[in-house]
Design a protein around this ligand. Sequence first.
Ligand code: NAP
Ligand code: 3JN
Length: 342
Amino acid sequence: MAWTKEMPANPVVAVCGATGAVGREFLKVLEQRKFPASKFIALASSRSAGKKLPFNGGEIEVQEMTPESFEGVDIALFSAGSSVSKEMRQYVVDAGAVMIDNSSAFRMEEGVPLVVPEVNPQDAFKHNGVIANPNCSTIEMVVAMKPLNDISKIKRVVVSTYQAASGAGAKAMKELYDQTRQFLDGEELTISAFTDQIAFNTIPHIDVFLDDDYTKEEWKMVVETKKIFGDSTIEVSPTCVRVPVLRCHAESVNLEFEDEISIEDARKALENGQGVTVMDDPANNVYPMPGLLAGSDDVYVGRLRKDPTVAHGINMWLVMDQIRKGAALNAVQIAETLLPKA
Ligand code: NAP
Ligand code: 3JN
């Protein structure tokens, strides 16, 4: 059944998982973009009830998330993990709110749009109370693919990710700090958020392994890309790797197009692409780097070059702030898409 409730111009917005790495960024992004809410509510687990978070020049008090939390709410931005999203979905929808969910709980469910506003904003309106935010690594790749796919259809993508600690949450970011200190002080390393040491290491394992020896993170990139482009023929071959970086994900992307595409045309398309910044001047050592782009909104593209080993091939290097465009910002942009047009 189609969703008929109209979105008010000044909706009540609940940030669900407000104390987490993504939740805190939600508050920042909502404040920075002056999201026109009539009221904001911050929700987290009972552990955080009463905690105060900086917001809009003052503070917002965190409330425990319960089934009753959504009465009067219009938009519920969720980043409290997939089990919490599954548990709360019906309460949110029954309250008449739209859930914009950062977890993988509903991404591949039929009837749940999976939206990146630069790529498929029209899908946001086809919801039945739930809109899913893609995985951060997928968002980064599809934002850069979109302007290129518009000039020549992409047949196949080979992608290797270099994912920051932030993707595994606030505790994982702290673990990278702590382990780095422990390593330098010659102390025993505390390993808890990752499967192995992350300081001075890279781990080719994100999320669980599946039967075909790919990880679930890699599987997400394959199926989500097809759903977002509405094209089941795009082939994606991913390898996802955790690196000791705090909060920007990088990706090495090899693209194969149906037709010939020159580097000049690719560069022009990317320069005009929405949400893309080209940072590519190898002669002057200019290329995007994750350590230097925290806090930015765009997907940065550099190292643009021909791949002469395949027909119609291009290589590029991407960097994106995973907590912003990879999670909080993308979800807030979806919420903005739902606002009535002035
Ligand atoms: P995080 O830093 O560990 O934060 C988790 C948040 O969830 C905290 O606010 C926590 O509240 C809250 N929470 C946990 N259990 C809860 C419960 N039973 N009831 C209510 N709130 C609960 O993790 P994060 O990095 O922000 O990520 C959170 C989720 O967002 C992830 O699990 C994932 O599903 C999604 N995510 C998606 C992407 C993406 O690629 N789009 C990227 C990162 C994360 P307390 O502080 O009270 O425990
Ligand atoms: O590890 C990363 O860099 C991204 C992590 C995303 C993530 C972390 C915990 C649970 C997800 C996600 O968005 O796919 C989930 C989830 O399955 O909801």
